[in-house]
Design a protein around this ligand. Structure first.
Ligand code: PGA
Length: 223
């Protein structure tokens, strides 16, 4: 199976022009890369960021439409060509007080629109709560990202050996089908330890995904 590498741009960059520049550079350097690469820019850039790379969103609401000022639904994301959506990122949980229950609603809403949810967790209790009500077919479309809090945006990557233990804990709960990613201070120097040594099926990359050369370095490292 191809590795999955997801770029989480977070609330960056500040202008569309810069975003298009990063997108173009990544696309231009992809060459014969075999991994599946997904770019998750801020919502407003989605329809105009560029063509030729798979797109994902960084969040989604759980209702399809209605009186929910400021929210974006999975149906809208699908209409904009998104195939993936990040759900329950630790920054959403911390800054916006999102709960496990909300993450679960978002996972189910994404699946209902045939968008692959990327459920972010840093402990197994979040995984169990996040997948409540999913059936075995749903689990085939689910992606779980293990993102240890201590490693996110800190430049302190989690030891691959410890991450591998968590990998097996997650695998035991979700079964054989769902893909499991590692995220947290990934760079071109440590990427292969998570994929080739610890056995993750891919990576969720934050800071390094805004630096095209570094991001391509990560992709090549694990391809
Ligand atoms: P980082 O972020 O790669 O900058 O640590 C990862 C993430 O938040 O998904």
């Amino acid at each position: 199976m191809k590795s999955l590498i997801v770029a989480n741009w977070k609330c960056n960059p500040a202008t569309l022009k810069d975003g298009q520049g990063i997108f173009r550079e990544i696309k231009g350097k992809m060459g014969l890369v075999k991994s599946e690469v997904v770019i998750c820019p801020p919502f407003v850039y989605l329809p105009v960021i560029g063509k030729g790379l798979v797109l994902g969103a960084q969040d989604a609401f759980w209702e399809k439409a209605g009186a929910y000022t400021g929210e974006i639904s999975p149906a809208m994301l699908r209409d904009m060509g998104c195939r993936y959506v990040i759900v329950g990122h630790s920054e959403r949980r911390r800054v916006f007080r999102e709960t496990d229950e909300m993450a679960n609603k978002k996972v189910r809403a994404a699946l209902a629109e045939k968008i692959n949810p990327i459920l972010c967790i840093d402990r197994l209790s979040q995984l169990k709560a996040g997948i409540k009500g999913l059936n075995s077919k749903d689990l085939k479309s689910l992606i779980v990202a293990f993102e240890p809090l201590s490693a996110i945006g800190t430049g302190r990557p989690y030891p691959a050996g410890k991450a591998q233990k968590m990998y097996w804990g997650i695998r035991k709960i979700i079964g054989k089908d769902a893909r499991i990613l590692y995220g947290g201070s990934v760079n071109s120097g440590n990427a292969s330890s998570y994929v080739k040594e610890a056995g993750f099926q891919g990576l969720l990359v934050g800071g390094a995904s805004l630096k095209p050369r570094e991001f391509i370095g990560i992709i090549k490292e694990i391809s």
